[in-house]
Design a protein around this ligand. Sequence first.
Ligand code: GLN
Length: 456
Amino acid sequence: AHLDAIAAADGGLNSYLHVDALTALATAADVDRRRAAGEELGRLAGVPVALKDVVVTQGVPTTSGSRILEGWLPPYDATVAARLKAAGTVLLGKTNMDEFAMGSSTENSAYGPTRNPWDHDRIPGGSSGGSSAAVAGFLAPWSIGTDTGGSIRQPAAVTGLVGHKPTYGSVSRYGLIAFSSSLDQAGPMARTVADAALMHEVIGGHDPRDSTSIDAPAAPFVEAARQGATGDLSGVTVGVVRELGGEGHAEGYEPGVLAAFQAGVDQLRALGAEVREVSCTSFDLALAAYYLIAPSEASSNLSRFDGVRYGLRVGDDGSRDLDEVMAMTRAQGFGAEVKRRIILGTYALSSGYYEAYYGQAQKVRTLIGRDFAAAFADVDVLVSPTSPIVAFPIGQRVGDPLSMYAADLCTLPASLAGLPAISVPCGLSEGLPVGLQVMAPALADDRCYRVAAALE
Ligand code: GLN
């Protein structure tokens, strides 16, 4: 049924970069055969899934939305892909994304923009916009996204989905094509909180192949969602972050978004939660810090794309030396946003500037972590809008990087502090979905699921 839906609707959405119907059908048939034979099946046996194209999949094309990886066939599976496979899921395909996950609209994909199923003239968010559009358009029941500065939560918010960014280190990064290694985290995008919690349980947990993987047992997320779904939040204290759309900090936030968010907060109170305003002054610096740290790490990570080891190679006709082939490959293989970040990151890391830029940004990161710690001494979770704006028209911001970066205002603090954060729908503004973000202390992802499920 999902393959039929893809065939019928993806011409209009462009949510998938690669679909292998024959392999998907063969995998599904194999599950049926094993079920009929009475074999023990995985927890998600036969359930289809879509993976963001930043997740490497053995023998299945993986581009990270870039021309520079065109034609590359990964020789192994990412841990996230391997765990979903072991649970019995059926891979429908790989979803579109901003090139190397840099963007908030999926317009930076080298393979054309993805459209929002709610309104085809609008963006589906980014960078996991193919993953959001596929699920919101019913071309997949759920999907994997990755979030470096908001790329699971913001696309979920603007397409009316649930999207959770797990605690940094709690889902393996092994086999995710690296953008900013100290921030990147994979997580679930789904139509319900319970689905997201279930997928998280399957992909999460320690992985010795990721040196930043946390060796702690995964919390019972499905149980937390079940508890939240009872609609009782008595005993839970919720902090509303003033710096994320509150009084004196509402510039750039659409009134309709703030109204829907307020309705969500009122609902939390009605369900028994105690609601307070909390101030985290360092959050005002998150955008500036993120746009130094992420490009700096990206400039280093992307140096591996040299025209020799992976995918595209340009100009290798025997007349040029290695440096020329590398330069031509990178010039033609990377898009404008990726080049902008490589230049910015290389500059910020260069000698004489390192302390002034990267070093300062790291200090801000510490302050953000301290503000969170102080807030969580008083409240169980923090809430804010997920995105200051609803899905905007395709083309509106692509020529103005700073206005594009502003889409990340609310999601960046939790990213920089490595904390779990979920986006759950909280209403509509002018007919378009608005998301409410719930942030929790490290490894307390279960609180996100509980509070989000209560709001659902
Ligand atoms: N929009 C942010 C950026 O462009 C975040 C992207 C992400 O989380 N991958 O960097």
